[in-house]
Design a protein around this ligand. Structure first.
Ligand code: ADP
Length: 915
């Protein structure tokens, strides 16, 4: 029924009754009647609504109808009342009550004027408006629901925000929010909110509302006004507003909250049902989408978990003989499809496991026997098969029966198991083949009875457990060692552990030395239960130890009886052991030697050199040999050839020195004698030269004296002349004295100990003895000043002797050559040079050199090319020994014009070179 029909119905039913015609003239008891003149001025008003009318410009009696109307209604009235006939007029009047009066009516002629008959249709319009707004509300709800349902999951928050905005804007709600239960389902939380521009901020994102909304849950689904619910008003702040619940099967699942909003005023046409509809339009799809989101995440997690673990579900459909696998599992197994035929599946199972799996699956299918099996699966041609644990259950019954299960990659565990098993087997094997036997003996009434032997017993002794049971073990113990075995058992029971050594006879009667290490295990009360032990065959080690002992004894006897002096001493030179020959030499008993310091028998210098030599011993070069010189109290000097061997700890520190010595005094002495006689021979040889050396000053003196005497006989003696001559004589006397002195020094025996000296000094000494003689023989001496001073250790007189030898040999060679070459200009050059470590003295001549074939032999004793009676053949041999004794070297080679001898001597480390 439309509004027009309703109007007439109202007129007919209520006011007019069924028989009254539609256009009956006046019905003054209802609505409003306006009597108008031809121009549309109101002449008279009647009807109950007339009291509500408000005239725009009150005062004039006959106001135009337009003055009573709202502006938009006045537009509908054009012209005069006569023009309005036959139309239904909808007119809105200003009303005293506030809202305008919505009236409908028609114009009819009335006397000479016009009657405008109007009825109130305000309620009819309201209903229509309500119906429209409800329609709009439904449309809005559908829109919101569809948008939330259809958008992508990723855009859900954005979509929700847009839909809240749409609702807010549409219904002019300044603040609007959806509250959902939090993840634990404990309290409420703002899920999302919308605030119109300029609207006050009522909520925050994710704001927790606690359980404030819970207490409202019990209420029937309806809109709850803040003004009636103090707890709600606390949530909405100072604003008025309301909350609309959304219920699902579990109860209230969401709230739509509106704040700063008076629904009665702003949306008077919406009732509770409409609000519930709107709340459901937002909450239902939102919750559904969130559930979908959670489900999606769970699936994702599950998939990742499956992929990580190499696991996944499988399902066999017996009807189609197909297997369906979780996608991750199919991928892990390298299968192309997720649904494959059962035979195809079996073909991936290792042949060894295939039949078993088939039979288990059959049992699951037939009787529902749960399946649990480990199988190998070949994932690709190249790789090793993977181990899987397969578990399955059957679901449903009859034709509906489904076989469902999962597969878990357990290759890691299987591999570890296999490795452990292999290690175990290796260990077993090792024990079985080792020369060790593990045994267990049970404690039975005070005795220990063997109950277990490892398999190694058989190969070692040839016995088995039965051969040793019932007290028969003792029979196999070597009769001599049985007391030891019994003592071992007693100690084991007494002390809880034991380590013993005894012989056991094997099946062939051969004795084996066994090291027995055993431990006693006790029960809770401390009573012995069993002994666990180990037999180790130490026969070889025991025999070897016996051999070592025997060889040690032999070694001791060797040391004791050795003619050589053998001792051990600490790095501070204190003796810890010395053998008999050493004790005899030192005139004491061997027992007195330990504690004596070797250094007591050395001079300070000797001791220092000795300690320095020891300091140079290293684990790599632990041996050093030297000739040492000892001063034994009340006896003459002793010379020992002494060989030291250092003993070091693991850090390379010297712990002890073992030394072997031989008395070299006799050899030394004869060497000294030899040197001395060689020296005397040299002196003898030089006799002619020396005569010349002394003759020269004598001649000068004689000439001076003859001249003085001549002057005296003439009586022509001046004092100056006399003084001059006497001074000359004095100088010559001194010169002769120097030569004689030097000869005396030279002829003396060498010192016992070496002393530091400067080698060029020996050159000077040599020249003092020889230079005049050489010049007399027409041999030119080419001497180069050394220009440096260094210290070497040795005997200056012996070096001088060597130099004399070399110079005299050169002289002989030169004079020999001159006999055949008249114009020959002989020369001898002597010079010294040095570097950081050595000093070299060169003696060189132009005598033509030494026959190369003889070069190697000239240092041999008694080798000479000189006629019998002239040469001794000892000069170079002795010289060689002297230089060697000073730690140096004497060598020769042929130069351009003659022989070049070189004496090399080491510079004493502490003495600096001064140039
Ligand atoms: P002697 O001088 O008594 O023969 P040496 O041992 O001093 O004994 O010398 C051995 C030999 O070496 C000499 O006989 C000589 O043949 C040779 N000889 C030594 N020095 C020279 C030299 N400067 N030039 C040539 N031959 C030399």
């Amino acid at each position: 029924m439309n509004t027009g029909d309703k109007l007439f119905a109202r007129l007919l039913n209520r006011q007019l009754g069924p028989s009254q015609p539609l256009n009956s003239p006046v019905v003054p008891s209802v609505g409003l009647q306006l009597y108008l003149d031809d121009d549309g001025h109101v002449e008279h008003l009647s009807g109950p609504l007339r009291h509500l009318l408000v005239q725009q410009r009150p005062g004039s009696h006959t106001a135009p109808l337009l003055e009573y109307l709202l502006p938009h209604s006045s537009l509908a009235l054009e012209g005069r009342p006569a023009d309005w006939q036959g139309q239904l007029l909808d007119l809105d009047f200003f009303s005293l009550a506030g809202p305008p009066l919505h009236l409908r009516g028609w114009v009819q002629a009335q006397g000479d004027g016009w009657l405008l008959q109007l009825l109130d249709i305000g309620d009819l319009l309201g209903e229509r408006r309500q119906a429209r707004s409800r329609e709009q509300c439904q449309w809005l709800a559908t829109q919101v629901r569809d948008q939330l349902r259809l958008g992508s999951l990723a855009r859900l928050p954005h979509e929700l925000s847009e839909q809240l905005q749409r609702l807010g804007q549409h219904l002019h709600i300044p603040s609007l929010a959806v509250a959902l239960l939090d993840e634990q389902g404990q309290g409420w939380q703002i899920h999302q909110y919308y605030a119109a521009p300029n609207a006050p901020q009522v909520w925050r994102d994710q704001q927790r509302l606690g359980t404030a909304l819970d207490s409202l849950n019990g209420a029937l689904p309806q809109r709850l006004l803040a003004s009636e619910q103090p707890r709600l008003s606390a949530l909405l702040g100072p604003n008025e507003g309301f909350a609309v619940p959304y219920r699902d099967a579990q109860g209230v699942a969401a709230w739509l909250l509106c704040a700063g909003y008076n629904a009665a005023q702003q949306a008077p046409d919406l009732n509770d049902h409409d609000w519930l509809l709107l709340a459901a339009a937002v909450a239902a799809p939102l919750l559904e989408r969130l559930r979908e989101h959670r489900h999606h995440q769970q699936l994702e997690r599950l998939e990742i978990l499956q992929a990580l673990l190499g696991t996944g579900w499988w399902e066999v459909s017996s009807a189609s003989a197909e297997v369906q696998l979780a996608p991750t599992l199919a991928e892990h197994l390298g299968l192309q499809a997720e649904r494959i035929s059962i035979e195809n599946w079996f073909s991936h199972v290792h042949p060894a496991d295939r039949d078993e799996l088939r039979s288990h699956l059959q049992a699951l299918q037939d009787d529902g026997t749960p399946l649990e099996l480990c199988v190998r699966l070949q994932t690709s041609e190249q790789s090793l098969p993977l181990w899987y644990r397969l578990q399955g259950r059957s679901l449903g019954i009859g034709a509906e029966r489904r076989l469902v299960g999962f597969m878990l990659d357990i290759s890691d565990i299987k591999n570890q198991q296999q490795q452990a098993a292999a290690a175990h087997a290796r260990l077993d094997n090792l024990i079985a083949s080792a020369p060790a036997v593990i045994y267990v003996q049970r404690y039975v009434e005070g005795a220990l009875q063997p109950t277990f032997f490892s398999a190694s017993l058989q190969p070692l002794l040839g016995w088995n457990l039965a051969d040793c049971a019932d007290g028969r073990l003792v029979e196999h113990v070597h009769p001599e060692d049985r007391p030891r075995y019994f003592e071992r058992t007693r100690q084991l029971l007494r002390e809880g552990s034991v380590s013993a050594r005894y012989r056991v006879l094997d099946r062939q009667g051969q004795a084996h030395w066994l090291l027995d290490e055993a431990k006693l295990l006790r029960d809770d009360l401390g009573l012995p239960v069993e002994a666990v032990g180990l037999w180790l065959d130490v026969t070889e080690a025991t025999l070897a130890a016996e051999q070592v002992k025997a060889s040690e004894e032999r070694y001791r006897i060797l040391v004791e009886d050795s003619p050589a002096m053998i001792c051990r001493y600490r790095p501070d030179l204190t003796l810890t052991f010395g053998n008999r020959p050493l004790a005899t030499y030192l005139e004491c008993a061997p027992e007195q030697l330990p504690g004596v310091n070797l250094g007591n028998w050395m001079s300070d210098e000797q001791r220092e050199a000795f300690v320095q030599r020891l300091a140079q011993l290293t684990p790599e070069l632990p041996v050093s040999t030297a000739e040492i010189n000892l001063r034994l109290p009340g006896r003459e000097h002793a010379w020992w050839v002494w060989s030291d061997r250092g003993v070091f700890d693991e850090h390379g520190r010297l712990l002890e020195v073992q030394a072997v010595g031989r008395d070299n005094t006799e050899v030394r002495r004869s060497q000294q004698q030899l040197t001395q006689s060689a020296k005397m021979a040299t002196l003898g040889e030089m006799a002619t030269g020396l005569a010349h050396e002394i003759n020269q000053p004598l001649n000068v003196m004689r000439m001076a004296i003859v001249n003085v005497l001549k002057r005296l006989s003439n009586g022509d003696v001046q004092i100056d002349y006399l003084t001059d001559k006497l001074n000359r004589i004095d100088a010559q006397v001194q010169r002769a004295a120097r030569v004689v002195d030097h000869m005396r020094v030279f002829g003396r025996r060498s010192e016992i100990e070496q002393h530091p000296f400067n080698p060029p000094d020996a050159i000077e000494g040599t020249l003092a003895l020889l230079s005049e003689g050489l010049r007399g023989k027409g041999v030119e001496l080419r001497i180069k000043e050394a220009g440096f001073e260094v210290q070497v250790r040795g005997y200056v007189d012996q070096l001088e002797q060597v130099l004399i030898n070399l110079v005299v040999n050169a002289r002989d060679a030169l004079l020999g050559k001159r006999e055949t070459h008249r114009d020959f200009q002989p020369w001898i050059a002597v010079h010294a040079e040095c570097d950081e470590h050595v000093v070299r003295l060169w003696v060189e001549d132009n005598g033509g050199g030494i026959d190369p074939r003889l070069l190697e032999r000239i240092f041999e004793p008694f080798f000479t090319t000189k006629p019998v009676g002239v040469g001794t053949g000892l000069g170079l041999s002795v010289s060689y020994g002297i230089i060697e004794n000073m730690g140096g070297r004497l060598s020769v080679r042929n130069g351009d014009e003659g022989a070049r001898f070189c004496i090399e001597l080491p510079i004493a480390p502490d003495d600096q070179i001064t140039r």
